[in-house]
Design a protein. Structure first.
Length: 227
């Protein structure tokens, strides 16, 4: 790979979140991540221990999702899920917010939900990314969700699950960056399938990219439809 490709690879959470993923699929993703030196492999919780073992010594992190993809589970359930994933070897947790609270303008409920998970994640030595599901929110609601994430002590805000009918846009990434300031991470996910798009997201303010097309991105190709 070129120096530029290596630079892009270091931003990528190599992702496989489809429900019908097999053990062979997970092994392939892990091998690709180690080869291309992606930042992490992001999987559903049932695969965390498998991924953590496969990536041992590679320098690639293990990431898992909780409250996924709807966010419509009680806070206590999300906390339990996050602690379990960390116990299985997750270094990073991507949680889905209470989208209904964001739609209602209820910032305090958002802060309480995110704070509880942030505390559990940080106690486990992991980092927390907060998925706000931008395709379902107005700009004012996106700002509210980002502000709540900052107040709650999250480490990143993230655009999308990839399962909510829309993915990352340059406008949303720029808005999120403007809202959270320079210190919090911003993850663009959903629809990032080419090197050109990856570079544009970084230029707009993204510090992490979630994609199932990581190999295509670093090879300068167009990825298939997917996360």
């Amino acid at each position: 790979m070129s120096t530029k490709d290596t630079f892009i690879a270091s931003y990528i959470d190599h992702t496989i979140l489809n429900a019908d993923a097999t053990g062979a699929d997970i092994e392939r993703i892990c091998a690709e991540a180690a080869k291309y030196r992606f930042k992490s492999v992001c999987v559903n919780p049932i695969w965390v221990s498998t991924v953590s073992a496969a990536l041992a010594g590679s320098g690639v992190l293990t990431c898992s999702v909780i409250g996924f993809p709807f966010g419509a589970t009680p806070t206590a359930s999300k906390v339990f899920e996050a602690r379990g994933a960390i116990a299985d070897g997750a270094n990073e947790i991507d949680m889905v917010i209470n989208i209904a609270a964001a739609k209602a303008g209820d910032e305090e409920t958002l802060v309480a939900d995110i704070s509880a998970i942030a505390d559990a994640v940080h106690e486990g030595g992991a980092i927390l990314k907060v998925i706000i599901e931008t395709s379902m929110l107005t700009d004012d609601e996106k700002i509210l969700a980002c502000r709540a994430s900052v107040r709650a002590g999250a480490d990143f805000v993230k655009t999308s699950t990839g399962f909510g009918g829309g993915g990352a846009t340059l406008e949303d990434v720029a808005l999120m960056r403007a809202t959270v300031g320079p210190d919090l991470g911003v993850k663009a996910s959903g629809g990032v399938r080419s090197l050109e798009t990856a570079r544009a997201m970084i230029d707009a303010g993204a510090t992490r990219l979630g994609s199932s097309s990581g190999v295509a991105i670093v090879e300068g190709e167009q990825g298939d439809e997917g996360y």
